[in-house]
Design a protein around this ligand. Structure first.
Ligand SMILES: [Zn+2]
Length: 40
């Protein structure tokens, strides 16, 4: 089962959990996109 990944396309960064993505979003005001990762 694929897990969710939060990605910032502006930085080309991926986050494994929502907390990190939220922190990044608050700091940078970048928009985060939820993607499904096939990587375990
Ligand atoms: Zn960013």
């Amino acid at each position: 089962m694929p897990s969710k990944t939060w990605k910032c396309f502006r930085c080309n960064l991926s986050f494994k959990n929502e907390e990190l993505a939220k922190i990044h979003k608050e700091i940078t005001s970048h928009s985060i996109t939820i993607t499904k990762s096939m990587i375990v």
